[in-house]
Design a protein around this ligand. Sequence first.
Ligand SMILES: *Cc1c(COP(=O)(O)O)cnc(C)c1O
Length: 392
Amino acid sequence: MVRSVYLDHSATTPVRPEVSELMQQYLRNKFGNPSSLHSYGRQARQGLNWAREQVAEAIGANATEIIFTSGGTEADNLAILGTAYAYQDRGRHIITSCIEHHAVLDSCKYLEKRGFRVTYLPVNEYGEVDLTELDRVLDDDTILISIMHANNEIGTIQPIAEIGRRAQERRIPFHTDAVQSLGKVPIDVKQLGVSLLSASAHKIYGPKGAGMLYIREGSRLDPLWHGGSQEQKIRPGTENVAGIVGFGRAVELAIAEMESVAGRVNRLRDRLWAEIQTRISAVKLNGHPSQRIPGHLNISFVGLEGQSLLTALDEKGIAASSGSACMASAIEPSHVLQAIGLSVDQIQGSIRLTLGRDNTHEELDYVLDELPRLVEQLRGPDWNGAACPCER
Ligand SMILES: *Cc1c(COP(=O)(O)O)cnc(C)c1O
């Protein structure tokens, strides 16, 4: 029997019923333009205010420091380009890491073509940025540091507070992409020492097309778009009210349930990984062994093509991915797996399994039934795992 098991929660998540029900109200009844002064407008405005409070509270910020965007990609672009433009008279050096999401990497590459200098910090075998290297490259010309909180491909959580301390000492704007960590691990912008933080609704059971950028009070930032005075003129345009309200509800629920869900998905993940290790030879867990987001597994199955394994799993109704949804169609090997020093074989054989709040042990039974068989088939009868030099 082909079942359907969704193990790609780092790519996106289903909208929770509590979220879609609230969104329905704002799509159908409370449909006013939040800039309108009549009761319809005020009702929509109240929804935005409420959502802003939820998001602000979730990260220890003030509501006035939250700017809603169309998602994580826009928030990253706004943080990086907006800061670079606002600070270009003070300096032209930007520091980021080589394992960032493409929303950050490609924004930095765009700025490089426009006269900015970008340092891409290396990472260790677990995907943690090299702080010694950060100290070495920080200079008087540095106007922005952008290091992600948790990596989407390998789940590694970065030592953000240690970077934040350095940024604050030098009064350098510090951005973190927290799309993968919001609602999964505790976040306090003051404790982390960040001045800019991106997040997205659809990674935490909210709708696609809604996200936010936290901008610390007093930070300078140029808008990328021009028009109305919405979102403090930093992000003009009539707000995506239903999406934003849905984001607010998704954040509220994620924070309230964070500990219990993390415990549950980590138990599922631990079981999945333990049984994969006993049933399948020559497997390697990529990313940090403990400093990782809940429910995240990136595994190299040496001796096969990860893409073929994904196709075979899909035929069995099991949805997994290679490191990043955005890159799934690209042929280029993952920049993240390259950066942590994996061999070509290990990169080619890697897949990402990301568990979510609705996954069950019964679903894992099914996956653990199918996966070893598929791996064996793809490796073929001549494959000799013992001869493989890869470590566990
Ligand atoms: C998904 C993701 C993004 C992009 O967010 P969207 O809302 O899909 O634009 C950015 N950064 C990270 C780390 C992500 O996982």
